[in-house]
Design a protein around this ligand. Structure first.
Ligand code: F6R
Length: 581
């Protein structure tokens, strides 16, 4: 995974690179480093831990007009300074930062028998390949890139050369310009404000960058004339800037996200009739996604089945990718992804396109790899999501896919959705629920159909930020095995928002209580069973209840993490954007 950020300018660029890297921490945050050029010589500073640890290590006297930086999520080699980027070539004359995976790095190492390697990474070989070639520095980079198999976005610095060199294949790389500064980064968000325009490098393109010039080449070193892209003004949410963590801020932003989504799809009508007509022709829809996005895809499929009577299937991207697939041109493949950069999801979209089928991408980041593979794009309007655990992006996906299903079905429910978007508010989690729930170390989540999806999402949130071992299970499946685990120390969170399934859920609650399990019930209506704890939900139309109920589970997970003293924004072992397989 990892994020790269490099900058060249009129003055010291360390601060710009550090602030760029901080915006890229969602791509990994187990270690970081920078290389800088001072009097023609390369120096490297690295640190294990978040960017703030690197920042503390960067002494004041260090300054440079050229800096390349990296934030890491370990793939090859454990978390330690030796494995952190930048990596140097054997002669210390080339420094490189890399996002991606060099698949043939072991074979390439054998081609450099006299080189001593200091790290266990795949990246170090790239620096050494460049150093082992002759020619101009851009020629050396191009030659090395041709030997490498796999994915890479790299920024490279050479001794005695006041330029930054970039190359890209399969991993994203953008180059932004403003007067007196050029920056290269894995994501345009690192550029910050006041940049005039940027270029998105395509695969096997190379760039040579000075502080006021960007030259882009193809692999034959012919200059490429690329279109400049302009920055879209990001949705601005400042109401919750005082919140202590991003996850809390992002949970609180959800009412704004819903209003904004409604406005975009109904007032601005961002999908036109011609597009809808084309999409309506598809007989089948196959959703593909990972993690939280997979959960929202499950609901998206349910909405399309219910309202538009479409045949739908849903797959986890890492399974879809290697399972046997009968790709059909009558099917529209729907890829759901907050970042649009998830490696497995992208690989599936590429595979589907190669087989001649069409794709619809539901993404939250406008400039992302997945959108480049899309025949149709269904944007979500969550705004930038920083916390690793997805909250507002999930709710934006669910609401967007509900609107989409209704638009495809031709049902006019604009007024009902508007009322919901305007009325929806965040209700705080009752203190007594939190205090009691905190005593359990074994927690199950159960529900039926859409409530089962909410259970899956609630369990994922809780495990990823509070490290509690919890599972979600379809309520009707309990007695087929999982009930064996229920005892006096078990808390079962029951989500029950379908009135027609109330009795079924009541039976499930009885089965759990008979084995000593304690119940936390989330519902908008009365049940005729005793439960230990209850969260009474606001009553909205049934199709909207997954949004109302999931927000309570997001808050439950957040409260657990905070109570246990964990950082909810940066849970251990995870990264926001999973850009490697
Ligand atoms: C969990 C979470 C992850 C992501 C998953 C897919 O809170 O955020 O499970 O949903 O990694 O990421 P995207 O949506 O960017 O493809």
């Amino acid at each position: 995974m990892c994020g790269i950020c490099a900058s060249i300018g009129n003055d010291n660029q360390i601060r710009n690179v550090i602030s760029g890297l901080k915006t890229l921490e969602y791509r990994g945050y187990d270690s970081s480093g920078v290389a800088l050029l001072k009097n023609g010589k390369i120096s490297v500073v690295k640190s294990v831990g978040q960017i703030k640890c690197l920042q503390e290590k960067l002494a004041d006297e260090l300054n440079s007009k050229i800096v390349i930086g990296h934030t890491r999520w370990a793939t090859h080699g454990k978390v330690c300074e030796e494995n952190s980027h930048p990596h140097l070539s054997f002669d210390k004359k080339v420094a490189i930062v890399h996002n991606g995976i060099i698949e043939n790095f072991e074979q390439l190492k054998k081609q450099l028998p006299n080189v001593k390697f200091y790290s266990q990474t795949d990246t170090e070989v790239f620096a050494n390949l460049i150093a082992s070639h002759s020619g101009s520095n851009i020629e050396r980079l191009v030659k090395a890139s041709k030997m490498v198999k796999g994915s890479f976005a790299v920024a490279v610095m050479f001794e005695n050369d006041n330029k930054i060199y970039c190359a890209k294949r399969k991993s994203p790389l953008y180059i932004g310009f403003r007067h007196g500064q050029v920056m290269a980064s894995s994501d345009v968000s690192a550029f910050g404000e006041n940049f005039d325009y940027f270029y998105k490098l395509d695969d096997d393109e190379f760039a040579v960058v000075t502080k006021d010039k960007i030259d882009i080449f193809d692999k034959d070193l012919k200059l490429v004339n690329k279109a400049k892209a302009l920055f879209e003004k990001a949705p601005f949410f400042d109401d919750f800037s005082e919140e202590k963590c991003f996850m809390k801020k992002e949970i609180l932003e959800q009412p704004i996200v819903l209003k904004r989504t409604f406005f975009k799809y109904f007032s601005e009508k961002i999908i036109d009739e011609t597009t809808l007509t084309k999409i309506k022709k598809f007989k089948k829809f196959h959703f593909v996604a990972c993690g939280t996005a997979y959960h929202s895809a499950l609901l998206g499929a349910e909405y399309l089945r219910e309202f538009a009577k479409k045949d739908c299937e849903v797959s986890v991207a890492s399974e879809f990718r290697y399972g046997f697939q009968n790709i059909s041109k009558n099917c529209l493949y729907v890829f759901v992804s907050q970042s649009g950069e998830t490696a497995d999801t992208i690989a599936c979209a590429e595979m589907v396109k190669q087989k001649g089928a069409q794709t619809l991408c539901v993404t939250n980041v406008p400039y992302c790899t997945l959108n480049n593979l899309a025949d149709f794009v269904l944007p979500t309007f969550a705004g930038k999501e920083v916390a690793v655990a997805s909250t507002k992006a999930y709710v934006a996906q669910v609401f967007t896919m509900l609107i989409f299903a209704l638009l495809i079905s031709g049902k006019d429910m604009e007024e009902e959705l508007k009322k919901f978007a305007l009325q929806f508010s965040i209700k705080a989690l009752p203190d007594e629920v939190l205090n009691s729930a905190l005593g359990y170390s074994k927690i199950f989540f159960v529900g039926r159909v859409a409530d089962y999806v909410t259970s899956l999402e609630g369990a994922l949130k809780l495990k990823e930020i509070s490290y509690i071992n919890c599972i979600a299970i379809a309520a009707g499946e309990l007695k087929h095995g999982t009930l064996a685990l229920v005892d006096d120390d078990t808390l079962v969170v029951v989500v029950s928002t379908r009135e027609d399934l109330k009795e079924k859920i009541e039976n499930n609650i009885q089965e759990i209580r008979a084995r000593g399990g304690k119940i936390l019930l989330l519902s908008q209506f009365e049940h005729h069973v005793d439960v230990e704890y209850e969260i009474r939900l606001s009553k909205f139309m049934e199709m909207l209840m997954p949004i109302e109920s999931v927000v309570q589970l997001q808050q439950l997970a957040l409260s657990f993490a905070l109570e246990k003293g964990f950082d909810p924004d940066k849970p251990r072992n995870l990264a926001k954007s999973v850009t490697v397989e």
